[in-house]
Design a protein around this ligand. Structure first.
Ligand SMILES: NC(=O)c1ccc[n+]([C@@H]2O[C@H](COP(=O)([O-])OP(=O)(O)OC[C@H]3O[C@@H](n4cnc5c(N)ncnc54)[C@H](O)[C@@H]3O)[C@@H](O)[C@H]2O)c1
Length: 396
């Protein structure tokens, strides 16, 4: 019999459990630890070595190698899903069925169909399904949103987005899931999803995409270079270029907005700087402090580390103070856009066929195995789905 949450945590504290204690899971654990109105109820990682290392940092906190055991064994409010992308959907669905709210790392899932299943499971079980979009809290991003909402930029004509990053061979080779189509999906899911989210937030859904992807410089099943022409619902024209092939180190993550009365370029390595701000009647406040920091993963740096603000908003929502969490219906918009871009790239590749790189199903099964039967059935169905699709010649 699981001890009720109230025995461990006062009513004004939100109890979190984390699944996946890797690079980003560790950041979630640290933020929960620091947030005075949050408590850590449990954590889980299928890798016993990772679990042991984590247990040393959080002694006395119940820990599990099996996700189902954690859901059954501990009472808590929210599970933070920090596992490889392909596990987000089955784990969020399992959480909803156990009547737990979920905070899912980006990308929400690998397909719009999976997102819909997650949303439906949360609705049926009356729980929240929230998605991490910490870049929306970045200082330059919030300033840009303010400028766009003010109307001072006039009509917006175009947006140009560059994600020009370096990911060395070890980044893929040392991971059981990176570079694997069934677990990672594509570089858009990993490297570009934050950027796509922001453009959709500002300019509406992507309504058309024309794209091309290639794998040029890594031995992986997904693309490492891509370009896409995009059309947004508001009429804004867009272009997106992404790669993990930049020599030596990350070069740029930038978004440039061309408007009737203004130009803004947000840059830095993780959308942390304003490089150009030229907006009629709306100068950049001189005392603006650019305080965003990167998430550091040892060998490489990723996007901004505003996870404290995300956890703060989850706490505020669950304590019924304010509701500004990003939910599944918002998260799915990015996944639909990514799906549209890859579909266009596949079409393009069929016109100019190249060698197909098929997904290694054994990797997917190995990682999915620690999941409970419901998720295993789900994983098997996904693998079958994939097998029945015609070969993907776009080498995603
Ligand atoms: N918001 C951001 O900016 C951001 C940054 C980094 C990562 N992420 C996301 O977080 C997720 C994880 O990325 P990462 O870099 O931490 O990966 P990682 O490989 O470092 O960590 C994943 C962890 O999940 C564990 N795991 C795998 N299968 C499991 C299972 N069935 N049950 C329990 N644990 C399991 C692994 O053992 C590993 O420790 C990805 O979806 C990624 O996109 C988001």
């Amino acid at each position: 019999m699981m001890p009720p949450k109230e025995e461990q945590f006062p009513a004004d504290k939100v109890a979190f459990a984390v699944v996946g204690c890797g690079s980003i899971g560790r950041r979630h654990l640290a933020v929960i630890d620091e947030e005075s109105r949050a408590g850590l109820a449990a954590f889980c990682d299928s890798d016993p070595k990772v679990l042991d290392e984590t247990a040393r940092l959080y002694p006395g906190v119940p820990c599990f190698t099996d996700y189902g055991d954690m859901l059954r064994g501990v009472d808590f409010d929210v599970v933070n899903i920090c596992t490889p992308h392909g596990l987000h959907a089955p784990m969020a669905i399992q959480a909803a069925q156990a009547r737990r709210n979920a905070l899912v790392e980006k990308p929400m899932a690998l397909s719009p169909e999976d997102c819909n299943r997650m949303i439906e499971a949360a609705r049926l079980n009356d729980v929240l399904l929230m998605v991490v979009k910490q870049n929306r809290f970045n200082v330059p991003i919030a300033l840009t949103k303010m400028a766009l909402d003010s109307g001072m930029m006039g009509r917006i004509f175009m947006v140009q987005c560059n994600v020009l990053w370096n990911r060395h061979d070890g980044y893929y080779n040392d991971s059981p899931w990176r570079g694997k189509k069934l677990l990672e999906g594509g570089a858009l899911h990993t490297q570009a999803s934050h950027f796509i989210d922001l453009m959709i937030w500002w300019f509406g859904d992507v309504t058309e995409a024309q794209a091309r992807v290639e794998t040029k410089n890594h031995s992986i099943e997904i693309e490492d270079c891509g370009t896409a022409q995009l059309q947004f619902a508001s009429g804004v024209m867009g272009s997106l270029t992404w790669t993990t092939c930049v020599y030596n180190k990350n070069y740029e993550g930038s978004i440039t907005i061309i408007g009737e009365h203004g130009t803004i370029k947000i840059g830095g390595q993780y959308l942390n700087k304003i490089e150009v701000w030229d907006v009629r009647s709306l100068p950049l406040p001189e005392d603006t402090a650019f305080t965003d920091k990167p998430n550091s993963y040892g060998k490489y740096q990723g996007t901004s580390s505003n996870h404290d603000k995300v956890i703060g908003s989850v706490v505020a929502a669950l304590l019924h103070e304010r509701h500004n969490v990003i939910e599944g219906d918002e998260g799915i918009r990015t996944i639909k856009a990514i799906d549209m871009i890859y579909s266009s790239a596949q079409l393009q590749a069929r016109r100019a066929p190249r060698l197909a790189a098929s997904g290694d199903k054994s990797q997917f099964r190995r990682i999915a195995e620690p999941l409970q039967p419901a998720a295993l059935t789900y994983a098997a169905a996904r693998a079958k789905d994939e097998e029945s699709h015609e070969p993907n010649s776009a080498s995603l």
